[in-house]
Design a protein around this ligand. Structure first.
Ligand code: NAP
Length: 465
């Protein structure tokens, strides 16, 4: 994939970039290694001050960087602004909380005595330069949620961003430099995915985090496994959204629209499979389909637009294949199902908000991730069937359930195979709550204390009695 800004709303290539050659990569690896030797010795106060400064600058730059994001990957401008604001909040959260999250941990006095120590504790120390391989769908947020905790823990970062968001990637490096981070603490590597193998194998890289597709995760995990290096993988999702009879169906249907179509439907934690109890199926479907059909598809720079184009032409082709496959195997298209007809949208990679009913296990969309505004509807006879459909997926990122019944809620919390269970609301990440999945959605966690400790050496210190 060439490293370039190609506007998905027009298909126009606006800027191209030469990938870094081997010497330039070597220079940056050496810089990261040098920077780590010094940065690891800094205290939490200094790190927090740098990160707060980055947050202030990001907020100041919000309108400008939002425009760049929208032009590079097509999300509506308002959503790009909101993403920048969310990043500033997460940076401040880690600046405020890292010291307490990484404070020394002491076993109980009885256990210390039993171990034969006068004292013992766990100290969280940084690992070193962390390589982050990141996707384009939240081109600031995905990076910040790795970088803020990694930097607060005393690590340094190297970002290999998706090839279609190079300007956002370069902005992030520049932001950290302006915030005052010393040279080498946070660098962007403009390289293609084929360069990742050698970089990850370099002994100066201590660990890696990847957010992206299953295929990319598999290949990074294989190399990291070969090199015995720690990884965190945040991969795809096909989150269930279960609606039970006791739910507020109108609110569930309204939330379902946002949960499916946020970020033009290209979110790992978007609800993708809507599993509705038969008693409320018709009411939910009517409200959901009507609201999906009302969404405005158009230029993402226009503030009135709900749904912009998909980020890449290939992404749209993949989505079209999934819908065509479902249709051929008997699914009913309740709305959408193709490209919008408006002439002014013909050059961009748009796709209509789509609802498919009658989805069955033989259809690809049942098992694969629909990365765009396409919802798959299922009718469930009871809670057991709802759970069975929800868990019948290779993915296990998050899940949404709508019920006012406490016993039902407990069953879902106990039995949904996912990294999150959101009740009567949609999945959304928050810096204080761990984020990540099970099954093919990956492993490890980002955010909260779990996220900052992923790239730390939990060191046991034992002092003889
Ligand atoms: P992608 O194609 O996997 O790309 C993600 C990143 O991985 C890019 O930087 C890409 O570089 C790189 N990459 C691709 N193949 C690679 C390989 N074989 N070895 C090393 N690096 C490789 O994914 P995408 O299409 O950009 O993003 C969409 C996917 O990300 C969806 O599946 C979505 O669910 C997932 N996602 C997950 C989360 C989560 O937190 N779980 C969040 C957001 C997105 P190039 O751009 O140079 O190819």
């Amino acid at each position: 994939m060439p490293i370039a800004t190609v506007n998905p709303a027009t298909g126009e290539t606006l800027r191209t970039f030469q990938p870094l050659d081997a010497d330039a990569v070597e220079e940056r690896l050496a810089r990261a290694h040098r920077a780590f030797q010094e940065y690891r010795t800094t205290g939490f106060d200094e790190r927090a001050e740098l990160l707060r400064r980055a947050a202030d600058l990001l907020e100041r730059d919000r309108d400008e960087i939002a425009r760049t994001i929208t032009i590079e990957m097509g999300k509506p401008l308002g959503a790009a602004r909101a993403e920048a604001a969310k990043c500033a909040k997460a940076m401040r959260w880690y600046a405020d909380h890292a010291e307490e999250l990484l404070a020394d941990e002491r076993p109980s006095a009885a256990d210390i005595k039993d171990s034969g120590a006068s004292t013992a504790y766990v100290r969280y120390r940084p690992l070193g330069p962390v390589l982050a391989v990141m996707p384009w769908n939240f081109p600031l947020w995905q990076v910040v949620r790795f970088a803020a905790p990694a930097l607060m823990a005393g690590n340094v970062g190297l970002l290999k961003h998706a090839s279609n968001v190079p300007q956002t990637a370069l902005y992030l490096e520049e932001l950290m430099r302006r915030a005052g981070y010393r040279e080498g603490c946070f660098q962007t590597l403009l390289v293609g995915s084929r360069a990742v193998d050698a970089i990850l194998r370099d002994p100066r890289i201590a660990a890696a985090t990847l957010t992206g597709s299953e295929g990319a995760g598999r290949s990074v995990a294989a190399v990291a496994g070969d090199e015995i290096k720690k990884t965190v993988l945040e991969l795809g999702g096909s989150d269930p959204f279960v609606v039970m009879p006791s739910a507020d169906v109108a609110r569930a249907a309204q939330t379902a629209v946002t949960a499916r179509t946020q970020n033009n439907g290209q979110s790992c934690i978007a609800a993708k499979r809507f599993i509705v109890h038969t008693d409320v199926y018709d009411a939910f479907t009517e409200a959901f389909v009507a609201a999906m059909a009302r969404l405005r598809v158009g230029d993402p720079l226009d503030e009135a637009t709900d749904i912009g184009p998909l980020a890449t032409e290939q992404g749209r082709a993949d989505l079209e294949e999934l819908v065509d496959d479902a249709r051929e195997r008997g699914a009913t298209v309740l709305c959408g199902g193709g490209r919008p007809r408006a002439e002014e949208l013909a050059a961009g990679w748009y796709y209509e908000p789509t609802v498919l009913a009658g989805v069955t296990p033989g259809m690809r969309i049942h098992r694969e991730e629909a990365f765009g505004p396409v919802a798959a509807l299922y009718r469930a006879a009871d809670l057991d069937e709802a759970l069975r459909i929800a868990n019948d997926s290779p993915f296990g990122l998050s899940s949404n359930v709508w019920t006012e019944d406490e016993a039902e809620r407990e069953r879902f919390v106990a039995e949904l195979a996912a990294g999150g269970v959101y009740v009567n609301g949609m999945t959304a990440s928050h810096p204080a709550m761990p984020f990540g999945g099970v099954k093919r959605s990956g492993y490890g966690r980002e955010l909260a204390g779990h996220g900052i400790r992923e790239f730390c050496n939990a060191t046991t210190v034992w002092i003889s009695a």
